[in-house]
Design a protein around this ligand. Sequence first.
Ligand SMILES: *Cc1c(COP(=O)(O)O)cnc(C)c1O
Length: 359
Amino acid sequence: MSTETQNIIIQKIAKSKISEVDFSNLAFGSVFTDHMYVCDFKDGEWQTPTIKPYGPISIDPSAKVFHYGQAVFEGMKAYKAEDDSIWMFRPEENQKRINFSANRLQMPSFPKEMFFDGLETLLKLDRDWIQKGEGNSMYIRPFVIATESGVSASPSKEYKFMFILSPAQSYFKGGGSDVKVLFADKYSRSANGGVGAAKAAGNYAGQFYPTHLAQEQGYQQVVWTDANTHEFLEEAGVMNVFFRVGDTLLTAPTSDRILDGITRKSIIQVAQDMGISVEVRNVRVSEIVDAAKNGTLLEMFGAGTAAVINPIAGFGCKGEDYTLPKLENSYAMLLRKRITDIQTNKAEDKHGWRYKVKE
Ligand SMILES: *Cc1c(COP(=O)(O)O)cnc(C)c1O
């Protein structure tokens, strides 16, 4: 059955799959809701979008996304409150950033009104899939791919913008972290003038091999350093990275090599609100190694939407391993709690970060 509401064609699934899902045991990003949103770009404009049952899409094998990697994405979350209202966290930032990423890859912007209209309609249609309660959220994956057929190496003239939704649980188990990271001294994630600041699919592809090599040495992730000198710490895997030296939090400024993470900037703001001193500046590998040696390096953690904050237990650098102390009241735990409390309406939202989905 097909209905048209406002500007979206909606084809509802015949029978929901929700009864097949074990919400108490979800592997991150592996289960998807009943519906997905698709909008095609052709003849120079975005066409009427469709919400339809989640499932495979058909694309010509010569489509440019397969050959030249024109693909960008976002990661965001929605939460359900006790009164069944649906909320997001700073979604305008994701909306702006997907266009920034798309434009960097010579792909068209997607209009803000269509982004919110499409996403909110989809969230409401699949609202039963958004679970209430501690640690539960709906992970939202917006993405854009180049669909024009033909293997000539030029930007596509046709694209697909899509939203897919995946119910998620906090995969932060509490307690201590056992994540060990390796400081990169050979491979790089991004370079000056490159695409490191864009959420481009290819940035992830390029990380898999060096991360695999690090894993063979017993580390879970790579902390990327600047491509020129490998002397400055930039990102932890696909997260922004913070260091606590004494009582000060350090993180690198964003640049065209470092993704401007929404969790990162929220942490900086919340830390300042809590009276924690934060220095946004280039962080040298040598100062972190020195701080680890003299015992002033108290914490390291990654920051990103999926896990909010991912504590790091130790790192390897130039053949040496360093272990961080286990703290009772870590900044990581404090900041993580404050941010998730704001996201789920348990703490005052003084910066207006919560966004209510319109009924
Ligand atoms: C998505 C991403 C982040 C985190 O950004 P958030 O907006 O906090 O989710 C950090 N670094 C990289 C490379 C990323 O792709």
